[in-house]
Design a protein around this ligand. Structure first.
Ligand code: C2E
Ligand code: CA
Ligand code: CA
Length: 726
């Protein structure tokens, strides 16, 4: 097979060589017919075929037609000498073995024959055995030569094949000498790295390696190795010749390099040199980077995610432990984010989150990690701080950074955040503990009015645990009928009787006993359970009022407390009016207590609902009046029927010195035509002062503590007497 060097192979499965030629052709050239007859007989063997000729010309004619393995050639022939046949064979580069047979004595005939290419010379007369030996050995020699020729042909082919494979390989293939310099490079180096291979020959391999990788590869290249056949595999970056490569080609590419030390020494040990194959894996590297980026980052903000944060935190903890340093973890929760999301949609919400992420990132130093855990929760790792004050500085910076409004398509939004901070090692020595403790501290900020920061405090932790218990049990409290209403009477001093009852919720916890509403109502509000609870309270209080009315207490008023959330999320007006109708109650006998702070939160929405309640004939009281900001302006918008003077003012009433605020409140009530109820009246002097200020209805321990319905019923017949407590 002849292979043009610059033409690709047709790769075929390795050719099976034809079955060894069994036929051995022998041409007998002699003008003696007797000899032509006897020779084949003497030499006959299986597979031997004989042809014959009696002239030079005849012999050549036969040779032209087909190849022979052996020619038995008479020296003297009618049309010339056997030498002419030898000449012809030589000229035609024939491979037939030739045994010259001659009666000539002359030595020069024999020499001429052997020079002319004959393999052997036999002198007549000869012994048959002599002839047979000569023929066997000539045939054997010819067979060897043929095999040898075939072998070197195959070698040439194979060498060309391998060269072709190496030179046209899509991989960069090279060899290095014992000093690590290129001794061979395939042409691929041009396309891959932009160098001519001649330029690189005899240059050290390391000149192509990026400086950061040189040490790594040098140890592999020059390290003594154990035995033959071992190889190494590394990924490293190779410099590219950007002058020769197109436009914005990268400075380097990543290659996977397989190196095989070359056994140049006889004992097979590495004598020096290396055979290397390098493949461009930049694409794969990029893909891996993208995949790992996605696995470790948040899609929306491109910040590290929970997994990466935990990783970095663990690392930072390990480092801090080594150098006995400190670090801080912050848990940041955006206040009122849900509002934006619910009101303006997710697109706006996402925009806001990205904006917030950018501001937060702007407050941090290099080496700090800002991560988004999901939703509106972010965490910050400050891996190197000197003390709490450092974390405090950052927390303040973060709060500051949010103070400028975020322009959303529906208008500006002022974001605030609640930040909890946990310190290593003070607040925990594991990533999980620190994050959880920062979360607890954040949670405390939320509970105490949001927009601020707070350090974790172990006391908060136990509180937090209790809270978890509370949360779990609160979910099932309604269905387990653990709630109960107590009633506290409101007593008219002039009428000497109970004019109203305030329904106050009690939770009979199976283990904790009676849990104060001040404890569990805020939790229920946060958990979104307050709606169901309020509904239950409303139903229960209305049912109780209906029973008292049936018993003849027709002008009794029932007060109950509503949560701001009832005004946010449900249609209180329908809820209340339906309940009142169901129990056939005159609406004015039901009084709903709302707080001052509610009136300010979303003035328009709440105001409309309060008006709705009033239009339906219900009474509305402002609870804890006077504790919020001056509510005078609101009173015009909120058509309430009653003001409840907060306990804190009542407490300050000492003897005849009147509190100017209470005077103002009583004045306002008179001016707006509102009823007044004083709360938390504990001492008769307080009642006395209130009475002189024009407040008639009292509620407080002086008269009665809240009590279950059965007990409260008794007060309807026999009003609790203030004097009885003295
Ligand atoms: P509030 O509406 O201001 O209720 C009056 C609270 O003052 C009651 O506490 C009552 O027991 C207490 N109190 C009454 N007289 C005196 C007194 O002379 N001195 C003192 N020191 N305290 C007195 P309670 O029952 O623990 O309720 C606490 C708060 O829980 C209530 O304050 C109210 O805001 C809320 N709450 C109670 N029941 C409900 C309810 O059914 N729904 C809602 N949303 N909130 C409720
Ligand atoms: Ca109340
Ligand atoms: Ca109150």
């Amino acid at each position: 097979m002849v292979i043009p060097a610059d033409q690709p192979f047709q790769v075929r499965s390795e050719q099976t060589s034809p079955a060894p030629e069994l036929v051995c052709r022998i041409l007998v050239v002699d003008d003696d017919p007797a000899l032509r007859q006897s020779l084949p007989r003497a030499l006959a063997r299986n597979g031997r075929k004989f042809s014959e000729s009696d002239t030079v010309a005849g012999a050549i004619a036969l040779l032209e037609r087909e190849p022979f393995d052996l020619v038995l050639l008479d020296y003297r022939l009618p049309d010339g000498t056997g030498l002419a046949v030898l000449d012809w064979l030589a000229q035609h580069q024939r491979e037939e073995a030739v045994i010259m047979i001659s009666g000539e004595d002359a030595l020069d005939a024999a020499i001429g024959a052997l020079r002319g290419g004959a393999d052997d010379y036999l002198r007549k007369p000869y012994h048959v055995a002599q002839l047979q030996r000569a023929v066997e050995s000539a045939l054997h020699k010819a067979a060897l030569e043929r095999a040898n020729r075939a072998m070197s042909q195959r070698l040439r082919t194979s060498e060309r094949l391998h060269r072709y494979l190496v030179e046209s390989s899509p991989d960069l293939i090279f060899t290095l000498d014992a000093e690590g310099r290129f001794s061979y490079l395939n042409p691929r180096v041009k396309a891959l790295l932009g160098y001519d291979r001649n330029v690189l020959m005899r240059r050290p391999f390391t000149t192509l390696v990026m400086p950061e990788d040189v040490d790594r590869i040098a140890t592999l290249l020059y390290a003594p190795v154990a035995g033959p056949g071992e190889s190494f595999h590394v990924e490293l970056r190779l410099r590219r010749n950007r002058e020769l490569l197109a436009g914005d080609s990268p400075e380097w590419i990543t290659v996977a390099l397989t190196g095989i030390p070359m056994p140049a020494r006889e004992d097979g040990r590495r004598g020096g040199g290396l055979y290397g194959v390098a493949r461009d894996i930049s694409e794969r590297k990029r893909a891996e980077e993208i995949i790992s980026f996605q696995a470790y980052h948040d899609q929306l903000t491109r910040l590290p995610n929970r997994v990466l944060f935990k990783d970095r935190l663990e690392l930072a903890i390990a480092q801090a432990q080594r150098r006995t340093g400190a670090l801080a973890v912050m848990f940041i929760d955006v206040d009122r984010f849900k509002l934006v999301n619910d009101t303006f949609g997710h697109a706006e919400g996402d925009m806001l989150l990205r904006g917030i992420a950018a501001r937060l990132a702007g407050t941090l130093r290099r080496g700090d990690t800002l991560a988004r855990l999901g939703g509106d929760e972010f965490t910050v790792l400050l891996p190197d701080i000197n003390g709490p004050q450092d974390a405090e500085v950052i927390a303040r910076k973060i709060l500051d950074s949010l103070s400028a409004p975020f322009p959303l398509s529906h208008g500006d939004f002022r974001a605030t955040a609640s930040i909890g901070i946990a310190l290593f090692p003070r607040d925990g020595d594991g990533a999980e503990d620190l994050t959880r403790h920062a979360d607890i501290a954040m949670y405390q900020v939320k509970r105490s009015g949001k927009n601020g920061f707070r350090f974790f405090d172990i006391a908060l932790n136990s509180h937090y645990r209790e809270r978890i218990v509370l949360e779990n049990d609160l979910r099932t409290a309604l269905e387990r009928r653990e709630f109960e209403l107590h009633y506290q009477p409101q007593i008219s001093l002039t009428q000497h009787r109970v004019v109203g009852m305030e329904a106050l919720l009690r939770w009979n916890h199976p283990n904790l006993g009676l849990v104060s509403p001040a404890t569990f109502i805020p939790v229920a509000e946060e958990m979104g359970l307050i709606g169901d609870i309020s509904r239950w309270v409303l139903e229960e209080a209305c049912g109780q009022l209906a029973r008292w009315r049936e018993a003849g207490h027709n002008d009794l008023r029932m007060s109950l407390n509503l949560s701001p959330h009832d005004f946010d999320s449900q249609d209180v007006v329908t809820m209340v009016t339906e309940c009142v109708e169901r129990h056939r109650l005159p609406p004015s006998q039901l009084e709903l207590e709302i707080t001052e702070s509610m009136m300010m939160q979303d003035a328009a929405g709440v105001a409309a609902k309060v008006r709705g309640l009033r239009e339906a004939g219900l009474s509305v009281a402002i609870d804890d009046f006077g504790t919020g900001y001056s509510a005078l302006a609101y009173l015009q918008k909120f058509p309430v029927s009653t003001l409840k003077i907060d306990r804190s003012f009542v407490r300050e009433l000492e003897g005849p010195n009147t509190n100017p605020i209470i005077s103002a409140i009583t004045g306002i009530a008179r001016g707006f035509g509102l009823q007044l109820i004083a709360e938390g009246v504990e001492r008769s002097e307080q009642a006395e002062t209130l009475r002189t200020l024009g407040c008639d209805v009292m509620q407080g321990f002086l008269y009665a503590r809240p009590a279950p319905a059965a007990e409260a019923t008794a007060w309807l017949y026999d009003a609790p007497d203030a004097s009885a407590l003295h």
